[in-house]
Ligand binder design. Sequence first.
Ligand SMILES: [Zn+2]
Length: 242
Amino acid sequence: MHISLKNMLRQLSHLVAPRSCYCCGRTLVSDENIMCMHCLMDLPRTGQHLKADTELLSRLCVLPERTHLGAGWFYYDKTSPYSRLIHAAKYYGRPYIMRVLGRMFGYELKQSRGSAISDAILLPIPLHADRRMLRGYNQSLELALGLSDILGCTVSENLVATRRRRPHALKNRTARLSDSEKLFRLENPHELNGRHLIIVDDIITTGATMLEAMTTVARDMRLTGTAPASINFLSLGITRNF
Ligand SMILES: [Zn+2]
């Protein structure tokens, strides 16, 4: 029987360091990836993508532009074992975790939303250039690529960061930001004209970053006389108290 060197090394590496679930530590079997089947089944899913009308949508839909999809995949709690996945993906140089999670969420979205979102453009929340250089990747871009692998959407890095993100609470949703306060801008609004847009972030905590991104997209498109078909959003995790 012919065994390639690559396969042999892979099998040996499993013997030396078995792959284990990031959440519970259980050894993964061959068709499991990053998370075991038990943890995947027990994931505290929000089911938000299955509903047309959720509190989340009503809270983040403050724009005149249409929003018909707004969802986090699971409830995020930084003390839960699931937060280890996010932590490893963001701070331990493992972008593939985000890509795999994006594919997992993508499968569930495809079952409920199917082809309705395949022609959408995914816009990952950008990282400021110096943070991206330090980390080596943007986790939201990896997540969007994972979603795109399954859903077939286009991923565009049209939304760019103008400066570092600052921590802020969702205080005044209608506050108009001065130019110096803007976190994001669109590089090419015309590319998005008439398209369904989905902004993608890893975790929604206060909602402030997502709201700002949605507002930026709407504003920059209006300024250039263009308009999206809709502005939507997706995240992996969302805090329960949001
Ligand atoms: Zn597990």
